[in-house]
Design a protein. Structure first.
Length: 351
């Protein structure tokens, strides 16, 4: 039987190797086998040297660019890279994993999410699962149990699904609620307060001041652009309504929760903050205060472990860059492997 194998180009010339491959029949087993080829993998139409060249080029080129340069099918290039990523990253080693972060990220446009598990010590992506429910982590916890890994601490947001999943599968692990997500809850409350005031206000001048002030209220004071007069504009906005004034300064007070000398000082500050919120009687903030009361231990566990999902936010930014460069991914399994392989040397782009 004559077979053709794609090989690296010689200059501008396309190179194809054609050879007769022997087929052997075993009378005892009643099976027909092909002879073993050392220069090509089984059931592949390309030789190993082409595979190595594709992987080398993938460090800086998109799949589309490699396909054009080598004059081979786009799917062959993707198959080579995907096979390599599968061997190296489909099941990352879990030995020694102690501190992890869990967070979700959006895949394409719309409400489609994936869950990512990140090793805070080594910087590796350990797992990528479909969705953002507790079932998205099932295969990860299964591997954790099989490998006998003892997770010591987990950084997550205040998602009920993640809390349930971690509590069920790693009951001895310390849960730490990421401070970025805690402050975000207050930021969301401020946005709701501003919107409610804007909708009730009838004075056109005041409405004009409130319009477009959302990001100004959410900005940290040290990030205000004084040259553009953002500090003056912020003062005018805060003078409009006492509830907005209280909401803004309570947000700034809460940011100090993670700058205390010890956990006892942090407990006092959080308790004081909750009391102040109750005194304001602002419903949007009171909902946040109730949330703080329920998750008080997880918030203050930062002083025991000092971990957050911050590094994972960096991974999410890299994922966004990957998607932008590729104009989306048609093969989600390949996309998940790419995410797991981000800490390695292969950064093949899809396009």
């Amino acid at each position: 039987m004559t077979r053709s194998f794609k090989a690296p180009r010689i200059g501008k010339k396309k190179c194809v190797i054609k050879m007769d491959v022997q087929r052997l029949y075993c009378k005892k087993c009643d099976i027909i086998r092909q002879e073993h080829l050392t220069f090509a993998r089984e059931q592949k139409s390309y030789i190993r040297s082409l595979e190595q060249l594709v992987l080398f080029l993938s460090d800086g080129l998109t799949i589309q660019s490699i396909s054009h340069y080598l004059d081979i099918n786009w799917n062959i290039v993707k198959d080579i890279i995907k096979s390599h990523l599968k061997i190296k990253y489909q099941f990352p080693k879990l030995k020694g994993v102690k501190h992890i972060a869990i967070d979700e990220f959006a895949v394409p446009k719309g409400h489609v999410y994936m869950t990512c598990v990140y090793d805070l010590d080594s910087g590796r992506v350990l797992h990528v699962g479909h969705g953002k429910g507790s079932d998205s982590l099932d295969s990860f916890w299964k591997r954790i149990k099989i490998n006998g890994v003892k997770i010591e601490s987990v950084a997550i947001d205040m998602s009920a699904a993640y809390i349930l999943s971690v509590s069920t599968n790693a009951p001895k692990a310390t849960i730490v609620f990421d401070h970025f997500h805690v402050v975000k809850k207050v930021n969301d409350a401020i946005s709701k307060v501003r919107r409610a005031i804007y909708n009730k206000e009838k004075d056109k001048v005041i409405k004009k001041q409130l319009k477009g002030s959302r990001w100004l209220l959410l900005k940290n004071p040290e990030n205000l652009n004084y040259k553009k007069g953002e500090d003056i504009r912020l003062e005018k906005v805060l003078e409009i309504n006492i509830s907005l004034f209280y909401a803004y300064y309570l947000k700034e007070e809460l940011r100090e929760l993670w700058n205390q000398d010890n956990i006892n000082d942090a407990i006092k500050l959080l308790e004081q903050w909750i009391e102040e919120v109750k005194e304001t009687k602002i419903p949007q903030l009171q909902k946040v205060a109730d949330l703080m009361i329920r998750h008080k231990t997880g918030i203050l566990n930062w002083y025991k472990c000092g971990i957050s999902t911050g590094p994972l936010e960096g991974v999410n930014n890299k994922i966004k860059t990957m998607k932008r460069q590729a104009y989306g991914y048609r093969d989600l399994d390949y996309f998940m492997l790419r995410i797991k392989g981000m800490h390695g040397n292969i950064y093949a782009k899809c396009g």
